[in-house]
Structures are given as structure tokens and as C-alpha cells.
Design a protein around this ligand. Structure first.
Ligand code: ADP
Ligand code: MG
Length: 682
């Protein structure tokens, strides 16, 4: 990765402090100046007469200072009056330096740029951009670009550096002429020159239009670089070595014959995709996507058995202890009767138990190890690890995924998620993965009815809980998420548990929260799944993966505080049995617009894909990508929703370029990603 030293040798005149700031702005190489594009433009090409300067946009005026004084009421401020042949204008400064005061002495001629507002004493500008000028000083002949910068690095300094680089550098074309012509793109050099130094005839509006050919060119180039690097990462993986895994079906057939249900067509299809991958000599990197309740666990079990049949070990990792425990309970119930030893590993295991488990894994006696990220601590070593399964992969950070790849020879990887990836993300940030989708729910599910109810009607909801229990069904009651304070969140859960126990004297009410010991949590969950408790009060720890088919009502308090993915996941805890299921979202009145938008989406949609798409629209990709994104270079210019057409052509062109003009492809990558490619392999 280029260090700041690179730029120090390349920009010899800049001071070390400036270099630091440049680096923070992402400017590490001389070429990065070229890609540091303006945020917006200011118009200093035209001076308005003071009397007819329009409101509502920044305008430039010029005049002579006729008075300048520091006033002390209502607070200390510098008030300056300027005059031209048409009228006078007040310039007001709340913060000012003595030097500014001097520059604004009576008799000076200045140009001021800002929006004009109506003030109590007439028209005024607050904190205008100012410059002292000579009487006949020439105006700028084009718009002035305003760049993203940091305090201490002023616009004029940064602008001068960028303009210097624009003149000094070659700005070669990275793409073949035929490609440029075919896509109707403008040349790269023209595009960046236009954006950094716009010609006089272009207005600020025209320049900020994303459809401007210059912007289109930059967006395309950026998307193309992303596609190229994803393809290369994909190829690199394909050239890596992994064990060829072909099982003899013996264990899988036994499991199938013991299951109380038949696999759905969708489950069979994804299993076929997975086993085909396992039989190849390079590492699988497959994402298994299936909405909540679609039956991913049994697919994981079958995939694990294929590897175990072939003599390999399998590790299954889940993001939370509760979820890992559930997997352990289910998988050991399925696999141990087949003579497959399953080990359990979590951070909360005592030292002795942990070293016993480690021994089982190291000797190969345990064929499957289930656990939290404790599975990938240094002390754990597998005898013959062939497959790693990661549940709810979006919850893990890039770092954890890397650690897992570093274990021994490269194992195959299957990641499972209930959070569907919207199409544009699948085509861009996730393009290095293979994806399997379970697009069908197991039969016999009844759709979940979602109700939005004001918290003021909580009593009615409690009555409904009572009724549901009388009908032999069970209920989840999810306490509010309190981001600021875990202690408060815990307290609320404890209070809710007490309150509901009193309100529901005929029923047993359980409690599970994040601060409980693992064994207590597991016990609370087990009691609920045995129907010893009919109501389970929980903090959001039950978010993922919990499976109790007899639960048919989910109540979520303060639903307005939760994200869409979380609400969808929670709601998916019900609707797993034959009974009609309901999800009640309690909300406090005075909803923010964002909360309203989210609740509307969750009320109107049950399809996880649609919810994820809406989520992307509401939040933008940055947050959606979450952990996967940390450290990945984000798109700076392109916008996945707006620029789908460009994304599609970049996707189409990337393989063509790699094939037909590899030199162009590497020049293009070097220009756009220099030194950051390694992030993409995470
Ligand atoms: P998720 O995809 O959310 O992890 P699970 O694997 O927990 O879903 O499965 C949800 C429920 O559906 C479980 O009770 C599971 O046993 C059941 N299930 C899975 N596959 C089938 C099937 N083919 N037919 C009927 N029920 C199934
Ligand atoms: Mg699951």
C-alpha cells in the first residue's frame, strides 16, 4: 500500500502536516489529486448590483466599505456596510479575526460571495467569502470548484495543487478506443478537466447533474474498476487449492430417512449446487440466501454430512451464543444418532471443558464442531477441516472471516444469511461470491399478520397474549432496544418480565437477555421450547435463528427503534407452525419520518427481498453493507440505485477487457484502486 512517503516524494513542496491532511482525504499519490473531484461550484464569474442581487442562491457583489464596527449587542460581532452604485448591503461576522477587521476597514474595495438575506436592518450577508480587489479587477471566467477538504487545508491551496497536477500529468486513457466509442463515453482527460475547471458556459446546475457526460465517465470508470477487481478476486480463488470432497451419500440418506419432513425443491436445488462446489479442487465461497424460516439449518446439516462422509471435519460458526447453542442442540440431535460426534465450543466454556473440546477437535474424534467465533481462536486446531459453515454471515466482520480462512489448508466456505442482498449489491460488492437462493418456504406455513398498534393500547395487547396462550399457543415479547445503555435495556427486560408475570397469572413467563450466563440462557430457551413457559420475554438477543414452531404471536415493543432487517428477522420467529401467526409492533407516537417509513415497509411487505430493497433505498448501501464493508473502498462517485445501467455495462465489459486487453485492465485498476486491492479479497 502506498505510504504517505510516496506522496512526500511526489509532492516535494508540501509540508508534512499538509501531507497528513491530504492522506486523510484519500490523496496518497499524485494521481489521487485528479480523482479528488469538486463537491459543488461557486459562481464568481458575475457581479450582481447590490440592489438587484437575487435571494436564494450564493451571489457575488462588489462594493466599497462605508462603515465597519464591532457591536456588542446582542452579542459581539463585526458589522460592515458596503456600497455600490445601486445600494448598500450589510456583511455580518459573528466570528472574526483582527486581520479580517483590518481588511474590512473603511474605504477598502471588496467582493463578497454568499446568499443575500433579509435582515432587520435591510439586506445582509452572514459570513460571506471575501476578497479585497482593485477597482477594475478581472472576474473569474469559469465557475470555482469547491472541494472536500479538512480544516487547515484551505480551498485555494488545495485548488492550486489540483490545478497544478491537472497541467503536469498525462491523464492517459486507460480504456481501448473501441470500448469508449461503443459505450458513448467522453475521454477521461476531458471529463476530469471539465469537472475541475469547468468552461464558462456551464452553469452550476448543469455541473451537478449526474447525467453530465463527464460524471457518467467517472462513474463508469469507478464501477468498472470494482468489477475488474471482483473478477480478479474470483479468479484468484478459483486458482487456490481446496480438498475435493465427494461423499458416498451414506450419512445423508440416513438423515433424510429420519427427518419428519421431505426437503423442499429449493432445498434440494441449493444442496446440489453446494455438493457440486465441494467436488471441485478450489475453495467454495458460496452464500446461501434464504428468508427466515426457509430451512437453512437442514441444508447446513446435509452439506456437513457430505464432507463428513468423505472423511473431513466441518466447523459451523454462529454469531451469538444462543444461536450457536440452538444449532448445537439441533445438529447433535440429528447427527449423533448416525454416529457422528459433535463438539461444542464457545467463549463461556470453562477452561477444562474447553480443552476437552479442543482435544476432540484436534484428534478428529469430533467430526463437526459448532460454536461461536471461539471456534477460530489460535488454540483450536482441526485434524482435517474441509468445510466451514458460517451462519448469518453479515453479522461477522471482515477480520473474522480472514482469521477463518487462515486456518490450515483452505477449507470450503458456505455462508448463510437471511438478509437478502438486493440485486445491485449482488452485482457489485458481492460479485466475488457464488450465491444459492432458497426461494421457497416449507409447505404448510400460514402467512403472518402484522399489526401496528400504539403503545397506548398495550392493555389490549396483553389481553390478546392471554387469549393466544389459552388457545395452546406461545408468545414472544421483545423488549425495546436501548442503544445508549445496556444496563437500562436489561432493567427494562426485568421490569417487563415482572409486569407480565403479574398481568398473566395463568401462564408461566420466562426471561432471556444478553447478560445471562450461557447456561441460564440455554435453560430459558429450552423451557420455552418444551412449553414449560408460554410467554418468553426477551431482549433482542432472540433476533436470529431461534426456532419454536408452537410460538404464534410476537410482540415487539418500541418497534420504531429497530432497523428493518432486525424487524423482519424477529417477525420470522413466528409463522413456523400450522397456527395462524401474528406480529404486533408497538410504537410510541411522534414517529420520525424515518421510523414511519420503516414501519410502513414492514407492515406492507413480508418478502425479505423486497424489505431489503426498501431498506437499501431508505438507508443507502453504506449501512446496509455493515460488517462486510468495513475497510472496503466504497464507491465515491457511482450510486448503485441511480446508476444501474452503468453498473450493468461495467459488469458486461469487465470480462471482455480482462480477456482482450489485459494491459488496459491493469492500467485501469492501478489508476482507481492502487494499493487497496487487497481489501477486496476479504
Ligand atoms: P432458517 O432458514 O431461518 O434458519 P430453519 O432452518 O430454522 O430456518 O428452519 C425453520 C423450520 O422449518 C424448522 O423448524 C425446520 O425444522 C423446518 N423445516 C426445514 N425444512 C423443512 C421442510 N422441507 N419441510 C418442513 N419443515 C421444514
Ligand atoms: Mg437459521
Amino acid at each position: 500500500m502506498p505510504s504517505p512517503i510516496d506522496i512526500a516524494s511526489q509532492v516535494p513542496l508540501a509540508a508534512p502536516a499538509t501531507l497528513k491532511k491530504l492522506e486523510k482525504l484519500g490523496i496518497r499519490r499524485r494521481f489521487d489529486f485528479i480523482l479528488h473531484l469538486p463537491l459543488r461550484y461557486e459562481d464568481e464569474t458575475h457581479v450582481y448590483p447590490i440592489a438587484s442581487a437575487p435571494y436564494g442562491k450564493a451571489v457575488l457583489v462588489e462594493g466599497e466599505v462605508i462603515s465597519s464596527e464591532v457591536q456588542f449587542k446582542p452579542r459581539r460581532q463585526l458589522v460592515v456596510q458596503i456600497e455600490d452604485s445601486s445600494g448598500t448591503l450589510i456583511l455580518r461576522f459573528i466570528h472574526f479575526y483582527p486581520s479580517q477587521q483590518k481588511a474590512l476597514a473603511k474605504g477598502k474595495r471588496v467582493r463578497a460571495l454568499a446568499e443575500v438575506r433579509r435582515g432587520f436592518f435591510g439586506d445582509e450577508m452572514v459570513h460571506p467569502k471575501l476578497r479585497e480587489v482593485a477597482a477594475d479587477e478581472a472576474l473569474a471566467d469559469s465557475l470555482t470548484p469547491i472541494y472536500p477538504t479538512l480544516s487547515g487545508l484551505t480551498q485555494p491551496v488545495l485548488r492550486r495543487m489540483i490545478q497544478g497536477e491537472l497541467k503536469a500529468q498525462q491523464l492517459d486513457e486507460t480504456l481501448p478506443a473501441a470500448l469508449i466509442a461503443r459505450l458513448g463515453l467522453v475521454p477521461f482527460a476531458d471529463a476530469v478537466r471539465l469537472l475541475h475547471a469547468p468552461p464558462p458556459e456551464l452553469s452550476a446546475e448543469a455541473l451537478s447533474n449526474p447525467l453530465l457526460p463527464a460524471w457518467q465517465r467517472l462513474k463508469f470508470d469507478e464501477l468498472l474498476a470494482q468489477q475488474l477487481s471482483m473478477r480478479l478476486a474470483y479468479r484468484a480463488r478459483r486458482s487456490g487449492k481446496a480438498p475435493v470432497i465427494v461423499g458416498d451419500q451414506s450419512l445423508r440418506q440416513q438423515l433424510i430417512s429420519r427427518l419428519p419432513f421431505a426437503l423442499t425443491g429449493a432445498q434440494q436445488k441449493v444442496l446440489a449446487e453446494i455438493t457440486a462446489d465441494l467436488a471441485l479442487a478450489h475453495p467454495m465461497n458460496r452464500l446461501l440466501q434464504g428468508d427466515v424460516g426457509s430451512g437453512k439449518t437442514v441444508v447446513a446439516a446435509m452439506a456437513a454430512l457430505s464432507a463428513i462422509e468423505a472423511g473431513f471435519q466441518v466447523a459451523l460458526m454462529a454469531p451469538t451464543e444462543i444461536l450457536a447453542e440452538q444449532h448445537y442442540a439441533k445438529l447433535s440431535a440429528w447427527l449423533e444418532p448416525l454416529g457422528v460426534k459433535v463438539a461444542w465450543l464457545s467463549g463461556s466454556l470453562r477452561k477444562k471443558a474447553r480443552s476437552e473440546m479442543n482435544a476432540l477437535i484436534a484428534s478428529g474424534e469430533a467430526r463437526l464442531a459448532v460454536g461461536t467465533h471461539a471456534l477460530f481462536q489460535d488454540e483450536v486446531s482441526f485434524e482435517k477441516l474441509g468445510l466451514v459453515i458460517v451462519d448469518e454471515q453479515h453479522r461477522f466482520g471482515v477480520g473474522q472471516r480472514l482469521a477463518l480462512q487462515g486456518k490450515g489448508a483452505e477449507p470450503h466456505q458456505l455462508m448463510m444469511t437471511a438478509t437478502p442482498i438486493p440485486r445491485t449489491l449482488a452485482m457489485s460488492f458481492y460479485a466475488d461470491l457464488d450465491v444459492s437462493v432458497i426461494d421457497e418456504l416449507p409447505p404448510g406455513r400460514t402467512p403472518i399478520v402484522t399489526k401496528l398498534i400504539s403503545a397506548a393500547r398495550r392493555d389490549e395487547v396483553v389481553a390478546y397474549v392471554n387469549k393466544t396462550c389459552s388457545e395452546g399457543q406461545q408468545v414472544y415479547w421483545v423488549c425495546p432496544l436501548i442503544e445508549e445503555s445496556e444496563t437500562l435495556e436489561l432493567q427494562t427486560a426485568v421490569d417487563t418480565h415482572l409486569g407480565l408475570s403479574e398481568d398473566l397469572p395463568h401462564w408461566q413467563v420466562g426471561l432471556v437477555h444478553g447478560r445471562m450466563k450461557a447456561a441460564e440462557k440455554a435453560e430459558a430457551m429450552a423451557a420455552f421450547s418444551r412449553n414449560e413457559t408460554q410467554v418468553l420475554v426477551a431482549t433482542t438477543v432472540i433476533e436470529v435463528g431461534v426456532d419454536v414452531p408452537n410460538a404464534s404471536l410476537m410482540v415487539i415493543e418500541h418497534a420504531e427503534r429497530m432497523g428493518l432487517a432486525q424487524l423482519h428477522q424477529l417477525r420470522g420467529r413466528v409463522g413456523r407452525g400450522a397456527a395462524k401467526s401474528t406480529c404486533v409492533l408497538l410504537f410510541e407516537s411522534k414517529l420520525s419520518d424515518l421510523a414511519k417509513a420503516r414501519l410502513r415497509v414492514i407492515f406492507e411487505h413480508t418478502d425479505g427481498f423486497e424489505i431489503a430493497r426498501q431498506d437499501l433505498l431508505i438507508r443507502g448501501p453504506g449501512e446496509f453493507l455493515g460488517a462486510r464493508q468495513s475497510g472496503l473502498p466504497m464507491l465515491r462517485f457511482a450510486n448503485l440505485e441511480e446508476d444501474v445501467a452503468l453498473l450493468e455495462s461495467a459488469r458486461e465489459m469487465a470480462p471482455v477487457l480482462l480477456e482482450k486487453s489485459p494491459a488496459s485492465a491493469s492500467a485501469h485498476l492501478a489508476r482507481w484502486l492502487a494499493g487497496r486491492e487487497h481489501f477486496l479479497k476479504a
